[in-house]
Design a binder for this molecule. Structure first.
Ligand code: TNX
Length: 544
């Protein structure tokens, strides 16, 4: 309600012609801000500039200081006055730009970054960096005209969950890369990092009580390169994050106003855990960590011991991740083993459950009440809807609109993560030039045009759409270089889906701004598609 009023009045105050001429004079900001009103002045950074911040704003001033000093090549003091200043200011009572919004006012002698929270100030700093020449993003002294055009930017996000998922299981992604990726989320004003940490092909988080999860479950003998006709690497693959690594990543993200939401998969996508502890499975037979892609039929059994095991795991997970939401997966759990297991059938009977779908629902509910008792909320993929959502649980919608509508109609929150947000898909229809990907074609335009509010939602139900995120599943993404190729520039599009108002989201305008933005990505060493690098990966196989 507030957002629409504010947006509408700014749209009136800043007609498109003004915005367009300003866009020519100024580097373009991604995600697109709510309003930009030029004033014809310019601020030039030189060694007289002082950052002025009170105690509460000091850490954000330091973010700007640390960001700019390497490229500018001189020291930028934080003080109380100076010749020219960048002033950090907390907003008064009449503030209309929300907790994450900011106002950035640039005149020839002064820049004021204003917000009601440190988070808002932080986003103001991100815009400021995009107003400077892209050279400010490099890490050694650069020669540049450090000038930014004067004016007022007023800005606030559309959604409160603006995220990216990363699958560290199908291919282990080194911690150094995870940190670099988090920097990119922050640069794009995204605030949620959904970390997929367990799957059939690898368990990636150290759990003190169950060391074999990583010593055994963290490693596999081989990996699929192309599914059909089958090509394997012939090499072992693995890795995991220690609890110290996890704490480091969580704190690093927090300093950038990003919440890390961990995902521990259950009852399916569990083969690596069962490889480590066969008693968690249905056959009791030792199995290997999976070397194939797809959906494994080896799933958790439903014994008390397995439920306790998972509660122990979640207890360590909650110690490491302060996020309100804990993701328990819940997707793609084949019922083959449960149908033939005498134990599972007996348990179903004892609990009065009519089929295996109700069994799955019972399973998930054990964790819903457990997480709720610890003050957390459960989130899971579309399938946790089968058999009914527990109160308080939220749905991550990767399947069709029906599930999203069912969830919001019954008052449940949803995060939209549907097919068009899967950035493991091809980025072009031309399979002769693209590196091998999982399928489909989500080019930049298609990615950009995804709309999280689905047809049929009433304004009241729309409020249950917390936001949106992109997914980086890594079956065909063996390393950071290719991850960046698949994620960028589509992640820039995702940032705009989450941040920019519906009315202001415009692909033609985005493309113009992306010219400047690509130069920024290049300066930050992002291997985005279109950068012109070559890739040591197999090309798409015809027809796949
Ligand atoms: C479906 S989305 C999966 C993943 C795969 C992905 C590949 C979801 C909840 N499950 O296990 O990696 O497709 O695009």
């Amino acid at each position: 309600m507030l957002a629409t009023t504010v947006a509408a009045s700014f749209a009136l105050a800043a007609p498109t012609t003004v915005a367009a001429s300003f866009a020519l004079a100024a580097p373009a900001i991604v995600p697109r801000p709510l309003s930009i009103t030029p004033n014809g002045e310019a601020f030039t950074f030189d060694s007289s500039v002082v950052l002025v911040a009170d105690k509460r704003a000091r850490s954000t001033a330091l973010v700007l200081k640390n960001a700019l000093e390497p490229a500018m090549g001189w020291e930028i003091p934080v003080g109380s006055r100076g010749g020219k200043v960048v002033r950090f200011k907390f907003a008064g009572k009449d503030w209309r730009l929300g907790e994450e919004g900011y106002r950035l006012t640039t005149k020839s002698k002064e820049i004021v970054v204003e917000a009601s929270t440190e988070r808002g100030l932080f986003y103001g700093v991100q815009s400021l960096r995009q107003l400077l020449p892209a050279a400010n993003l490099r890490r050694s002294p650069q020669t540049a005209e450090w000038s930014i055009p004067g004016g007022v930017i007023e800005d606030m996000p559309r959604f409160r969950w603006r995220g990216s998922h990363l699958d560290s299981c199908r291919h282990f992604m080194p911690k150094s890369f995870v940190l670099k990726y988090i920097d990119q989320l922050a640069f794009h004003k995204m605030n949620t990092f959904h970390w997929h940490l367990t799957d059939d092909q690898g368990w990636r988080i150290e759990i003190k009580k169950y060391p074999k999860l990583t010593t055994v479950g963290g490693w596999r003998k081989d990996s699929t390169v192309v599914y059909s006709p089958r090509q394997m690497t012939g090499k072992p693959h693995g890795g995991f994050y220690t609890q110290d690594d996890i704490r480091e990543v969580v704190a690093y993200a927090k300093a950038r106003h990003i919440t890390v939401v961990p995902e521990i998969e259950m009852p399916g996508h569990a083969q690596a855990a069962i490889a480590a502890y066969p008693e968690l499975g249905n056959t009791g037979q030792p199995i290997d960590v999976w070397t194939n892609w797809g959906v494994s039929t080896s799933v958790f059994n439903v014994k008390d011991g397995t439920i306790s095991f998972l509660k122990d795991v979640l207890t360590e997970v909650m110690d490491l991740f302060p996020s309100q939401f804990i993701h328990v997966g819940g997707d793609e759990c084949p019922k083959d083993e449960w149908k033939t297991s005498a134990d599972v059938q007996a348990r179903m009977k004892q609990l009065g459950l009519k089929d295996e779908h109700e069994m799955q629902s019972w399973f998930i509910r054990q964790f819903d009440s457990f997480l709720a008792s610890k003050g957390r909320r459960l989130i899971g993929w579309s399938e946790i809807l089968e058999g009914g959502l527990a109160p308080g649980a939220a749905l991550m919608v990767w399947l069709g609109d029906d599930g999203a509508l069912q969830a919001v109609r019954s008052g449940h929150d949803v995060v939209m993560a549907q097919g068009t947000t899967y950035y493991d898909a091809y980025q072009s229809g031309d399979r002769t030039t693209e590196p091998h990907a999982i399928g489909g074609n989500t080019d930049l335009k298609r990615a950009y045009e995804y709309e999280p509010i689905r047809p049929g939602m009433t304004p009241e139900q729309e409020k249950h759409v917390l936001g949106v995120q992109c997914q980086l599943w890594t079956e065909y993404i063996p390393d950071p270089q290719k991850l960046e190729y698949m994620a960028f520039p589509r992640l820039s599009a995702m940032s705009e889906i989450g941040w920019t108002t519906r009315e202001q989201r415009d692909y033609a305008d985005f493309e113009i701004r992306m010219k400047a933005h690509r130069a920024r990505l290049e300066a930050m060493d992002i291997n985005f598609r279109g950068r012109g690098n070559t890739y040591p990966y197999p090309l798409a196989s015809p027809g796949k």
